[in-house]
Design a protein around this ligand. Structure first.
Ligand code: ATP
Ligand code: MG
Length: 201
């Protein structure tokens, strides 16, 4: 790189650093946040578990409720049970509509799973609560949206919450502090590749 280019690169980096430093200076508040990972692309649940493992690395305490997963096994939960038995974990008792086609049974399972979530949202010893696939409970009205939002709003101030799932209601987007929408650009499944252990579940 010639000297002129180097100089102009350095000047650009200096300007960038000033902007970044000012941003860091502005962000001084410390409180728990609500993170929503939504959209049709792959990576919502795995993102939530990535953050969970990040928190556990610092000895933080966490709770996890999985809605709609039912009894389906997954590598992340198996790992959690083996290596982090203190994490408060609960899975909804049924596989949800397209498996069960039974509204009353699904509603009861949703209520039961929510009771665990509601308790976690009142427990100030938990730094992080993961509510995996919660969006579907709201979209299909298995849970009352206002009741859920109210419980999230009333959580302990230092507790963070991660909600995942497609088709998040606008009220949930509004409430969340950080919202990422994962866009489906491509998925191997659509090219005929079977869901793989250790990659997809
Ligand atoms: P992951 O658990 O891999 O992070 P996810 O939570 O974003 O995925 P879900 O809607 O919960 O996605 O679906 C979970 C399963 O569906 C995973 O096996 C994932 O690979 C698969 N999947 C996710 N997105 C797509 C897609 N766009 N097309 C086909 N399969 C998908
Ligand atoms: Mg998921």
């Amino acid at each position: 790189m010639d000297e002129d280019k180097k100089r102009s690169h350095n000047e650009r980096m200096l300007r960038k650093k000033a902007v970044v430093d000012a941003g860091i200076e502005r962000a001084q508040e410390e409180r728990g946040i609500v993170i929503l990972i939504t959209g049709n692309g792959k990576g919502k649940t795995t993102s939530a578990f990535g953050t969970l493992y990040r928190a556990l690395g610092y000895g933080h305490r966490a709770g996890v409720v999985q809605f709609i997963k039912g009894t389906q096994a997954s590598g992340e939960i198996t790992y959690l049970r083996q290596h982090a038995p203190l994490v408060d974990y609960h899975a909804m008792a049924t596989g949800f509509t397209w498996n069960t086609q039974d509204w009353d049974q699904d509603k009861a399972a949703a209520d039961e799973a929510w009771a665990h979530a509601a308790k976690m949202l009142q427990d100030d010893s938990l730094n992080l609560v993961v509510l995996d696939e919660l969006t579907y409970m709201l979209k299909y009205n298995y849970l009352d949206t206002e009741l859920v939002l109210q419980a999230i709003r009333a959580r302990p101030p230092m507790q963070s919450v991660i909600v995942t799932g497609r088709a998040a209601k606008p009220e949930l987007v509004e409430l969340a502090d950080t919202v990422s929408e994962i866009r489906d650009v491509k998925h191997a499944y659509k090219q005929g590749v079977r869901a793989q252990m250790g990659i997809d579940f």
